[in-house]
Design a binder for this molecule. Structure first.
Ligand code: ASP
Ligand code: MG
Length: 426
């Protein structure tokens, strides 16, 4: 039994959906659960719709809703010759329901409202792909992840109830393979004990694939992407990237921790527990090797990986009473930062100062200052770049620090992290 995951880019238009069907055809003799995300940028559009509803900006809501409807309608037209196919009615019904949201009471629980609406992107995309596969004669079965994945009610970032989910998937999904080899389901969404829809956090469809694989003890998971596999750097910052052929689960978790964005970080752990390999492959070139993430760490050191975080701001705070930076004020500092939801990318301390680095675009600098200004003197430095190199050597370090001035450097045996800024060229 295989688990496949297709993200938004792999179903962004009619041709993309046709390509998904082609890939599934390569595995026609295998049982598979196929996890699919919302098409293209649908999730962003739905997020904007929720915001418009909250603001009671109904003209904007209608505008976005029509845009979203037309986008999906175009895809249907590209896939189906017969405009009377029942999937057209299904699409219409979903958008009609969405329209009724204007009359509904928008509760104070924004996360709840968000999840009821944003989850529809995945529902729509899977209905379309399933209908298309059936049209081709592959008798796929559409299954509703909102009835199979049980979570708590931490809306927008819900946590899986593993034992309940295992039970639900074992009893309801396994028997379906007697009907069909291809089960189509939604990434990203789950349900609470009361039956309300939840989402698992943005980009959470990978995690759904990991959950199904764990619960069904799958042979492997494949994430189909528009890149040839996991690369050793983001091609946005590097022109000569190298594909990682084989890395360990542990290495994949390390890379995700430092900011590599290829796979949702929560995906790896359930797979590691069951020793289920995870393939990252290209949906453009499905026969190419891709990357495999598995138990053995023997290959981890072969290729150095670079993770860049641009636009960083470094704060340094010094107690006004000249007390040392020690356990007591550290726990106070962390407490304050976690209360405002700040995510520290790097930190360091000396006797009298504590420094921490945050994403400039995700923080309100004045808010951070106001947290500490009574007891601490604060300085900050903007527009820095943080690079992490796994399995570094002198050459790789020299490559990234060229024309840069180093602000902070931290090293362990496997990892170097350098916070730097553009050097003033005289
Ligand atoms: N559609 C969701 C998102 O865009 C989940 C996913 O794509 O993984 O965040
Ligand atoms: Mg997506």
């Amino acid at each position: 039994m295989l688990v496949f995951k297709f993200g938004g880019a792999s179903v962004k238009d009619g041709n993309a959906v046709k390509n998904v069907a082609k890939i599934l055809g390569l595995f026609s003799d295998k049982d598979k659960v196929v996890v699919i995300s919302a098409m293209g940028k649908t999730t962003n559009l739905l997020e904007e719709m929720v915001a418009a509803l909250k603001d009671m900006n109904y003209p904007k809501f209608d505008f976005l809703k029509n845009q979203c409807y037309d986008f999906h309608l175009t895809i249907l037209d590209e896939l189906f010759a017969e405009k009377t196919h029942k999937v057209y009615l299904e699409l219409e019904a979903i958008f009609e329901k969405l329209s009724e949201k204007k009359e509904d009471f928008f509760s104070e629980n924004y996360g709840f409202e968000y999840d009821q609406i944003v989850s529809l992107g995945e529902v729509i995309s899977t209905l379309i792909v399933d209908a298309y596969l059936r049209e081709l004669g592959d008798l796929s079965v559409w299954i509703d992840a909102r009835k199979l994945l049980r979570s708590d009610d931490n809306y927008r970032e819900s946590n899986i109830d593993w034992s309940k989910t295992e039970e639900l998937i074992a009893t309801n999904v396994k028997p379906l393979f007697q009907k069909s080899k291809t089960l189509i389901t939604q990434g990203f969404i789950a349900h609470t004990r009361e039956g309300f829809t939840t989402t698992l956090g943005r980009e959470g469809s990978d995690y759904t694939a990991g959950i199904f694989a764990y619960c069904l003890n799958a042979e492997s998971v494949t994430i189909w992407k528009d890149v040839p596999g996991m690369l050793n750097a983001d091609p946005k910052w590097f022109d000569d990237t190298i594909k990682l052929d084989k890395i360990s689960f542990k290495e994949a978790i390390e890379l995700a921790y430092y900011g590599a964005t290829v796979i949702h970080p929560k995906t790896i752990k359930p797979l590691q527990n069951m020793n289920i390999p995870l393939y990252v492959k290209s949906f453009v070139d499905p026969n190419a090797e891709g990357t495999v993430i598995q138990e053995s760490a023997a290959f981890d050191h072969l290729v150095p990986s670079f993770i860049f975080k641009m636009k960083q701001v470094l704060f340094s705070i010094t107690p006004r009473d000249f007390s040392f930076i020690a356990e007591e004020n550290l726990s106070r500092i962390f407490d304050s930062l976690s209360q405002v939801g700040a995510k520290i990318n790097l930190m360091q301390n000396s006797a009298l100062s504590f420094s921490f680095c945050l994403d400039q675009e995700k923080v309100d600098i004045q808010e951070i200052i106001s947290l500490f200004t009574i007891e601490y003197e604060i300085r900050y430095n903007e527009n820095l770049e943080l690079v992490t190199i796994r399995h570094y050597n002198e050459e790789t370090v020299n490559r990234v620090i060229e024309n840069k001035e180093i602000v902070v450097e931290q090293k362990t045996r496997q990892t170097i992290r350098i916070l730097m800024k553009d050097a003033l060229i005289s």
